[in-house]
Design a protein around this ligand. Structure first.
Ligand SMILES: *Cc1c(COP(=O)(O)O)cnc(C)c1O
Length: 417
């Protein structure tokens, strides 16, 4: 549904807040790749986020990057030396992760497991077989049937598979307003079923149950509540392992660290690290974080040329070469994703050049549907046809999460700084 423009206008993202190297590169690309519709990635930014996060954590905590947030090979290569491993869900993600891991500065010993974890509510035999053959550090099993499948595959390959049981907890008491758990879900085993599933898993000879996996948070900006969540996971997993004779080695707390988009307060990693340090797991047990968005969001920019600009009954619209076919996040998660306007001076002399100044603007894509609206009512100093609209914080759930086939326009390019 197309909503009418509202009266409240936010200011556009200041151009000066885009790193200069990003502005320079996008300006070059606008010249050489016109009409531009592209992601620009800076793997060093993702690596810096991973280093900061790890530096804030106790040494029993490990960071596995969730590849689904951004699977570009250069981003994975940039992260590989700065994370403990990768979290994957498909054969394709597993292959990309292994390529990045193989190029690490310090290669792992040949006999060591591949530092990948795997989740996914309906893992196919093809995915499970690839994970068993790769000797994945842990397959996060989502059901009793899946445990049986993994057991069969491991037996056929004459090996043992490490698995963690993904659990859908009944209740996670947290500080603040965030309460989680007890909601019906396709993900994981409901907590009341856990004892029976563990008992049956113990009868499957090719499984090594190493721990538990809980992924219950999303976009959490509050270090206090996320620490409370992780501490709850540690206590729950420790108690449950003890009660059911599980040789606990890992407690996977999933992803869900948030990224501040505009005026929000960023996630305080130092505070988070200090808070979880109070609740260490038993000796020899690792506590795993699987951030996707937190590591990747800031390493990407989505930039698209303004193909046309028009005033419709008093309100300005900028139409982009691109849209939700490249960048669907703002529409699907109700994020207000602000833009910067990067001026491009080249313009063909024979064409008129529509220009809006100090005006509220709605930014839409090239698709024939009003769903293709990326931002409403942003106030820009000036925008012209031919300028670039740039979305910062587009490094996670951008290119991967879009719908490139609808209407068949060219896919977004991907470039690396
Ligand atoms: C999506 C996902 C993540 C990453 O989530 P973010 O919110 O991007 O941190 C981690 N683990 C699992 C199992 C996931 O499905």
């Amino acid at each position: 549904m197309e909503l009418p423009p509202s009266a409240a206008h936010r200011a556009a993202y200041p151009l000066t807040r885009l790193p200069e190297r990003v502005r320079t590169r996008l300006t070059e690309l606008a010249r050489t790749h016109a009409p531009l519709a592209a992601y620009l990635y800076d793997p060093d930014t993702a690596a810096a986020r991973a280093r900061e996060l790890r530096a804030a954590l106790p040494d029993w905590a490990a960071v596995y990057y969730a590849v689904k947030a951004n699977a570009h090979p250069a981003v994975l290569a940039g992260l590989a030396d700065h994370v403990d491993g990768f979290e994957v869900a498909s054969v394709s993600e597993l292959t990309l992760a292994r390529t990045a891991l193989d190029a690490r500065t310090d290669p792992r010993p040949a006999a060591a497991p591949t530092p990948v974890l795997a989740a996914g509510p309906a893992k196919s035999t093809a995915v499970l077989t690839a994970l068993v053959r790769a000797d994945a550090e842990s397959i996060n099993a989502e059901s009793l049937l899946e445990l049986h499948r993994i057991n069969h595959i491991a037996q056929r390959h004459g090996t043992t598979a490490r698995v963690s049981l993904r659990v859908n907890p009944a209740h996670i008491p947290l500080t603040g307003s965030l309460q989680m758990g007890g909601v019906p879900s396709a993900f994981g085993v409901p907590e009341p079923d856990v004892p029976a599933v563990l008992a049956e898993a113990a009868t499957l000879p090719a499984l090594d149950v190493v721990g538990f996996h809980i992924h219950a948070a999303s976009g959490n900006l509050d270090a206090e509540s996320h620490a409370a969540y992780v501490r709850w996971c540690v206590t729950w997993a420790t108690d449950t392992a003890r009660a059911h004779g599980i040789d606990l080695r890992q407690i996977d707390t999933g992803g869900g660290l948030g990224v501040a988009f505009e005026d929000e307060k960023p996630f305080d990693t130092a505070r988070f690290g200090a808070l979880i340090a109070d609740t260490p797991p038993p000796p020899g047990v690792r506590v795993i974080l699987e951030p996707g968005r937190y590591l990747a969001a800031e390493c990407g920019w989505y930039a698209a040329e303004v193909t046309d600009l028009k005033n419709s009954y008093g309100h300005w619209y900028a139409m982009l070469r691109g849209g939700i076919n490249h960048f669907q996040l703002p529409t699907s998660w109700d994020i207000v994703h602000n833009i910067a306007v990067l001026p491009v001076d080249d313009w063909p002399a024979e064409l008129p050049r529509p220009t809006a100044e100090d005006a509220p603007l709605t930014v839409v894509g090239e698709l024939c549907t009003p769903e293709d609206t990326l931002l409403r009512d942003v106030r820009v100093d000036r925008i012209r046809a031919g300028d670039l609209v740039v979305f910062p914080n587009a490094g996670s759930y951008g290119w991967e999460f879009a719908m490139p086939h609808f209407l068949g326009h060219p896919a977004a390019e991907r470039h690396v700084l």
